[in-house]
Each structure stands twice: as structure tokens, then as C-alpha cells.
Design a protein around this ligand. Structure first.
Ligand code: F6R
Length: 611
């Protein structure tokens, strides 16, 4: 995600920037940095690897003087989280600086073009390309309008997502910002103005703000802010008043990080796909590093929610790549004496990249000479070091202890991986992939539709929040969703919930059913639909209440279920992505009804670094 803050005004900029960064640290904490224009018109950059506290220690209270500046706290996407890759980034002569939040998809080709023109790069980041692009466009020009125009021209060449802020040594009272798919807000003060990724950074200084919209560029001086689109057409916008307190602002106005992160899911899916779909092909250059000709089998190893993503991944890989795959819980895998050799691909999934059991499985795979492919969210985390290939979720930090948005990102990335493997194995013609890719592109809008129905789910949750035991059942593609739905509910509401393959219910657990035990049945369209309806009948015969996750337009289900949580129709292999959302919302609203500590459930930690 990354956090950006900028200041122009009569006050010393550094303390304001550092304070803003502290309030944005939830957006990333791999490295932090500030750039200040000194009274001698020199740009001074201070940056360090690690949390903001490391930067504060390094500064020891001595910050560069100056009234114009930028700050950044990083959540790495391109390039290791070290000091060189930390923002701000400068051009060749150190006459302009840039901070950025997002991903520039075409940074490779842009960098090659700039190198050919003599630009010298010091970092591995996509952001540095923007600094040099602006330098190229600004060369030979002068004046505030020219700098804004240079930023605008540079951005027209960039593909991807960005919130960007920049200033140059020639313009001591000009801060430029721009936005495309990453947030940016302007704070309006009296004789001073601010730029930030999010409202918390502005709160101590002003309550008047302007939202910068996608595709817009903004110029701030001490007196005010002007906005244009990327064609240079001026846009007028009314400021709004910020009514939130600090806590509400950090959560984007949501009562909990969990809900905020669920509402980020449409964007998270778009980010997971970003740069990885090219017309009718999946592009995962990371997979080039594996010798696929040798691979005869895949193990998918993970814990908790990541394991449930792995269960879906197994099916996706078998479906699209026809490669035998097995998904195993890491703490079992490591002690199961698995048959591992150079023909067995071990895929490890971990949001944090620090889970002890998954790391142990990773080491075991490496010692056995098996190729490793890691799916992770945290760049540079332990599990990504030494892996043969790494696919990042690009989901940004997840603050709530329980996983929500990263589960969807895992499913999206595993779908891409399975399609990529299928392509490479020559199994998928373009005409087969095209409708799947189209559906993937449509998923963000479909998740949005589920979110539109959140109030109805909250109402259902209210009616069932006093029950003590739940079953979640599903078959085929729906089975991992049942497991994940049950896990979400038990983690945050402390209710007993059991996920079960629907066909297995009658082999024992059905003895537990009575009118007090609700059963959540996953009943998405597909060849097993009639089978799950039969299982629902078995449940109803024990007078248990049935809640169903079903696809819009399914009239049949309304005859069998007491309550329906609706999702839009999609392709069967993609249905776990949509099914997860109402189940997360259901768990959330049950827990809220029960007054639980949703973001920090008892006994749980975000990253389990012990065995
Ligand atoms: C559940 C949850 C955990 C994690 C598990 C693995 O909501 O968050 O079950 O999925 O601890 O964590 P990572 O993915 O970081 O290895």
C-alpha cells in the first residue's frame, strides 16, 4: 500500500512529515524516508530500512531545515525492502524527488528507454523510473506550470497504479500529486497545504480536504490547490469537512479493520491481476525460473486460511494444468516424510511469509532438492528468501488478525498460476483462456455486488448470533469455502463451527444436528448442485435451520433454505472467490452482535512464528 505525506507552507516541514508518516505506518513499514528542500535549494533525503522508528533514531532529532517536503512509508512491491529501494527517489542530478504508492507495470521497458538516453538508476524500484521520466520531460523547461506539465507527460507514459507526489529544487513552493487507482487526499490549511495517502495524516493540521480522483493531477502551493486531468483540463472541486476522529480515520470510517479490509477486496483482486493479464494470456514471468519440463507433481503447503486457499489451488492446478497436486497442512507435511525430489514442485502459501511450520516445510523442500514456488504477501519475508520463484499477492498490509482480503488475493493468484501452468504445458488454447480471463476481470465488480448486499447478511447474522454450534458444508469447489467459512466464524465469534464435506455428514456428524444447530450450505451452480440439495434435505429432516450461499437467479434454493446469502453467477472454479465474501461478512456480523474483539481475537496472532 505505502503511505505518502507532503507539506508546503511557512512551517518547518520535517516534523509535520514525520508525524504524518507515524499516522500512516499501518499502510506499510518496510522502510521510511523524507525529502526536504532546504533554504539553499538543495534536496536533502533521509531514509532507512525498517519501521519509522529506525528513521527517527537515525535522525536523532536533527532534521533538514526547509518548508517543502515529502515523506513515505513503504510496503515493498518492486525491489527488496532495503535502504536503497526506500523512497523518496531522485533523478540523475538530485534536482527532483518522487514518492509513490502503487505498481508501474511497464517500468522495465521505460527503464530501458531511459537508460538508453543516459539516465542512471540506483535502485531496483519501479518508482525511480517515474523520477527519471519526469526529469526527461522537465529538461530545458522552467516555471511551475512546466513542472506540473512534466509530471503529467511522464504519467501518460506509465501503465499501472499510482499515487505519486513530487517536487523539484527549482520551485520552492510547489508540490505536485497525482492519482490512479491508489488513494490521495489534499489537506487545505491557512497559508499552508498538505498531501497524504489517507486522512489520519491530516487530522492534527486541518479538517478541510479535497479528494484527488483517479486520472487527476494536483498542484499545491501555500495558497491553495489546483486540479487537472491528465489531458491538462482544469477541474474544479469543492472541499469537504472531515468529521472523523483519529481512530475512525485509520479505519477509513469503518468500525473495524476487518470490515475495511473486506471492503478493499474489489481493489485487491484488481491489484492481484495487475500486470499479469495480457490480452488472452496470463503473464507470470516469475514462473520462468522453474524447470517445468521436469515437474510431475505439486505439493501445496500452508497453514490455516492459506491452507484452505491451497485446497482450491490444488483443484485449479489439476483442472487447468492437469498436474497432479496435493494440498497439505504445513505442520503435517513436515513430519510426514514426503517424497520430494527435483520432479516435485512445492508451492508454499503464506500471507506473512513468517509462519514457522510453513517455513520448516520450505526448508525441508529445499534440502530435498525440490523446486519451490512461494505465494506470499509480505515482500522480502523469510519464506521469499531462497525460493526458486515468488508470486506476490500485492494486497497491501492486512491489519486485522484474521485473513480476509489476502485469502481472495491468494485465490486470484493461484488461478493465474494454474492457468499459466496450463498454458506452458500446452493444454489451454487461447480461446479456452479468454472467457476465464474475462470473468477474472469482472470479479471485482461482482465482489462489489456482494458487498452491496451486506445489510441483508447483517440481518441474517443477527438472527443466528445466539446459537452455539454451526456446521458449514460444501462439495467440490465449495468444500474449501465451507472450511474457510467455519474458520472465520469460530476465530472471531468464538462459536463452535465445523466445516465438513457435505457428502460426509451422514457418516457421523449428522448425529449432532437438531433445531439449535444451523447449517450453512454452500450451494453454488455446478454438476454437484443436486447432490448438495439432497444433503440439505438430510439436514432439514433433522429440523436444523439451513442457511445457503447460492447464485443469483437460483429459485430452487429458496424452496430448501431458510436464509440465502446471494452471490453473482461466475465460472465454477472462480466461485470460491465470491463465496468467501458473504461468509466473511456473516462471521463479522455475528461477532459484532456478540460484542467480540473482532480485529484482535483472543489467543490469536497475525503471524505464528512458533511451531
Ligand atoms: C485465519 C488466519 C490464519 C492464517 C495462518 C497462516 O484467519 O489468518 O489461519 O491463515 O496462520 O498464516 P500465513 O498465511 O501468514 O502463513
Amino acid at each position: 500500500m505505502c503511505g505518502i505525506v507532503g507539506y508546503v507552507g511557512p512551517r518547518t516541514a520535517a516534523p509535520i512529515l514525520l508525524d504524518g508518516l507515524q499516522r500512516l505506518e499501518y499502510r506499510g513499514y518496510d522502510s521510511a524516508g523524507i525529502a526536504i528542500l532546504t533554504p539553499e535549494r538543495k534536496i536533502e533525503i533521509k531514509k532507512t530500512q525498517g519501521r519509522l522508528s529506525v528513521l527517527l533514531d537515525a535522525l536523532q532529532g536533527s532534521t533538514p531545515p526547509g518548508y517543502l517536503g515529502l515523506g513515505h512509508t513503504r510496503w515493498a512491491t518492486h525491489g527488496e525492502p532495503n535502504e536503497i529501494n526506500a523512497h523518496p527517489h531522485a533523478d540523475c542530478d538530485g534536482r527532483l524527488v518522487v514518492v509513490h504508492n502503487g505498481i508501474i507495470e511497464n517500468y522495465g521497458s521505460l527503464r530501458e528507454g531511459l537508460r538508453a538516453k543516459g539516465h542512471h538508476f540506483t535502485s531496483e524500484t519501479d518508482t525511480e523510473v517515474l523520477a527519471h521520466l519526469i526529469e526527461e520531460e522537465y529538461r530545458g523547461h522552467q516555471g511551475p506550470d512546466e513542472f506540473v506539465t512534466a509530471v503529467r507527460r511522464a504519467l501518460k507514459q506509465a501503465r499501472g497504479a499510482y499515487a505519486l507526489a513530487a517536487f523539484c529544487a527549482e520551485e520552492p513552493e510547489l508540490l505536485v500529486g497525482a492519482r490512479l487507482f491508489s488513494p490521495m487526499v489534499v489537506g487545505l490549511g491557512s497559508g499552508e497545504n498538505y498531501l497524504a495517502s489517507d486522512i489520519p495524516a491530516l487530522l492534527p493540521y486541518t479538517r478541510q480536504a479535497l479528494i484527488v480522483e483517479d486520472g487527476e493531477i494536483v498542484a499545491l502551493d501555500r495558497e491553495g490547490a489546483s486540479i487537472w486531468n491528465l489531458e491538462g483540463v482544469a477541474i474544479s472541486r469543492e472541499p469537504f469537512h472531515i468529521g472523523w476522529d483519529l481512530e475512525a480515520a485509520e479505519k477509513g470510517g469503518y468500525p473495524h479493520f476487518m470490515l475495511k479490509e473486506i471492503y478493499e477486496e474489489p481493489q485487491v483482486i484488481a491489484n492481484a491481476l495487475r500486470g499479469r493479464l495480457d490480452g488472452e494470456r496470463v503473464l507470470l514471468p516469475e514462473v520462468d525460473k522453474l524447470d517445468l519440463a521436469k515437474i510431475q507433481k505439486a505439493y501445496i503447503v500452508a497453514c490455516g486460511t492459506s491452507h484452505y486457499a491451497g485446497l482450491v489451488g490444488k483443484r485449479l492446478i489439476e483442472e487447468f494444468a492437469r498436474l497432479p497436486a496435493e494440498s497439505i497442512i504445513a505442520s503435517e507435511f513436515r513430519y510426514s516424510n514426503p517424497v520430494l525430489d527435483q520432479n516435485t514442485l512445492v508451492i508454499l502459501i503464506s500471507q506473512s511469509g513468517e509462519t514457522a511450520d510453513t517455513l520448516a516445510a520450505f526448508r525441508l523442500a529445499k534440502e530435498s532438492g525440490a523446486p519451490t514456488l512461494v505465494v506470499a504477501n509480505v515482500l522480502g519475508s523469510s519464506i521469499t528468501r531462497g525460493a526458486d520463484a515468488v508470486l506476490y499477492l500485492q494486497a497491501g498490509p492486512e491489519i486485522c488478525v484474521v485473513a480476509t482480503k489476502t485469502y481472495l488475493a491468494m485465490l486470484a493468484v493461484l488461478t493465474l498460476l494454474a492457468l499459466d501452468l496450463g498454458q506452458r504445458r500446452g493444454l489451454l488454447a487461447h480461446s479456452q483462456i479468454a472467457p476465464i480471463l474475462q470473468e477474472l476481470r469482472d470479479l471485482s465488480a461482482k465482489v462489489d455486488r456482494v458487498l452491496d448486499g451486506a445489510e441483508a447478511i447483517a440481518e441474517i447474522a443477527r438472527r443466528y448470533a445466539d446459537r452455539k454450534n454451526f456446521f458449514f458444508i460444501g462439495r467440490g469447489w465449495d468444500y474449501p469455502s465451507a472450511l474457510e467459512g467455519a474458520l472465520k466464524l469460530k476465530e472471531i465469534s468464538y462459536l463452535h463451527a465445523e466445516g465438513y464435506p457435505a457428502g460426509e455428514l451422514k457418516h457421523g456428524p449428522i448425529a449432532l444436528l437438531d433445531p439449535e444447530v444451523p447449517v450453512m450450505a454452500l450451494a453454488t451452480p455446478g454438476p454437484l448442485y443436486e447432490k448438495i440439495i439432497s444433503n440439505i434435505q438430510e439436514v432439514k429432516a433433522r429440523r436444523a435451520k439451513v442457511l445457503a450461499v447460492a447464485a443469483e437467479g437460483d429459485k430452487e434454493i429458496t424452496h430448501h433454505a431458510d436464509e440465502v446469502l446471494w452471490i453473482p453467477r461466475t465460472l465454477e472454479p472462480l466461485s470460491p472467490i465470491l463465496s468467501a465474501v458473504p461468509l466473511q461478512l456473516f462471521a463479522y456480523y455475528v461477532a459484532r452482535e456478540r460484542g467480540c474483539d473482532i480485529d484482535k481475537p483472543r489467543n490469536l496472532a497475525k503471524s505464528v512464528t512458533v511451531e
